[in-house]
Design a protein around this ligand. Structure first.
Ligand code: PLP
Length: 384
């Protein structure tokens, strides 16, 4: 069965892991610190904090930003639930800005309009670089200055992507950027995430919240140290630490991002040709950046295809191709409906959801497999 994404693990990755298993440290030790330094250096940020998932990374990023009850965070409805849930963990509220119908990223015109007309301004805006294509960060950062909110990029899809002159992760236009190392993403540490930032103040707070709110830094302590064993809990944090075992895997994987992303870009370009004359809308790419192609999504022209979306998924599955769908608009999830969101609130995301499907795209997908996907898709779409 071909799926929409999967990891690629080689002998070098395996050796990186077994080397740590034979070393003195299994959890947060030298491999985590090396991994953080490597990623910060590679993507052009001053600091990086590794944690056990991007979900945890989003949570401590919100905490570091001081998000609390009474505050509101805005994000895109076309994302994984974690981009929004992080605000709820802090007792804050969530609201959404609908997507641009071409890029499927947060529509910056709608963001601007909502900022102008809302009584309650957001404390944090979370642009999600959907499918690996960066949002228009320069415009978002200009709005952040004007309206006084913080910008936290959810770059879970966009490791290896560029925006204008910078790499996604440099935080040139944001306060913090979050990466995910889940196996379906560009590079994996099995589970894992990271927060990148250029702010020493945010960095110190991220370290604190990653590990129980405990510090061993005398500068932050409220009283004199009792001795070499001494530490202080000065806030309430969590155990979100990454293990050394997984950090070694993560670093070995991140060293191959350029190779991974090059192949993904080639596959995306090939899909462009293979699918060109089918009743599909192919992904639109802005000039200002270069996507990392975490996923390849197409929209079905249902005026020309006489099948339902469900029938297309079932017929493709019968051909051993597991399509996927990114995303069910977050505000339509029952939990969010319970908070008062309803169908019709973000119509562009909802219309998109009705038409979209995700095709297989990952580093190890062969040319033949990709041609098979295109061929079967053509047959299925014509079969209705
Ligand atoms: C995968 C993903 C996350 C969560 O990542 P985990 O590492 O699985 O916690 C958050 N946001 C987006 C957009 C994602 O795709």
């Amino acid at each position: 069965m071909l799926s929409y994404g999967r990891q690629c693990i080689d002998e070098k990755d395996i050796k990186a892991v077994t080397d740590v298993l034979r070393s003195d440290f299994l959890t947060q030790g030298p491999a985590v610190e090396r991994f953080e330094k490597y990623v910060a250096w590679s993507y052009g940020s001053k600091y990086a904090v590794a944690v056990n998932s991007a979900t945890s990374a989003l949570h401590i990023a919100c905490m570091a930003a001081g998000l609390k009850a009474g505050d509101v965070l805005w994000t895109s409805p076309n994302t994984f639930v974690a981009s929004a849930n992080c605000a709820l963990y802090c007792g804050a509220d969530v609201d959404f800005v609908d997507i641009d119908d071409k890029t499927y990223n947060m529509d910056v015109d709608l963001l601007e309009k909502k900022l102008e007309t809302s009584d309650k301004k957001p404390k944090i805006v979370v642009p999600v670089h959907f499918s690996g294509q960066s949002c228009d960060m320069e415009r978002i950062s200009q709005l952040a200055k004007k309206y006084g909110f913080m910008v936290m990029e959810d770059a879970s899809h966009a490791v290896g992507a560029t925006y204008k002159e910078s790499k996604v992760g440099s935080c040139q236009y944001s306060d913090m950027t979050v990466f995910s190392f889940h196996p379906v993403k560009i590079a994996t540490s099995a589970e894992g995430g990271m927060v990148l930032t250029n702010s020493k103040e945010l960095y110190d707070r991220l370290l604190l919240f990653r590990s129980h709110g405990i510090t061993r830094n005398a500068d932050f302590m409220t009283k004199e140290s009792d001795g070499p064993w001494y530490y202080e809990q000065i806030d309430l944090g969590y155990n979100y630490r990454m293990t050394d075992v997984l950090a070694a895997l993560g670093q070995s994987q991140m060293e191959k991002v350029d190779i991974f992303v090059k192949r993904r870009r080639d596959l995306a370009a090939r899909y462009g040709k293979l699918l060109a004359d089918m009743p599909l809308r192919l992904p639109f790419q802005e000039e200002y950046g270069n996507s990392s192609w975490h996923i390849y999504v197409v929209r079905v022209d249902f005026s020309k295809v006489k099948l339902t979306k469900k029938e297309i998924f079932e017929k493709m599955k019968a051909q051993d191709i597991a399509l996927n769908l990114h995303y069910i608009p977050v505000h339509t999830q029952p939990y969010y409906a319970g908070m008062g969101f309803k169908k019709g609130d973000f119509p562009i995301s909802e219309k998109y959801y009705e038409e979209v499907m995700t095709l297989p795209l990952y580093y190890g997908l062969t040319d033949n497999e990709q041609e098979y996907v295109a061929e079967k898709l053509k047959e299925v779409l014509a079969s209705g």
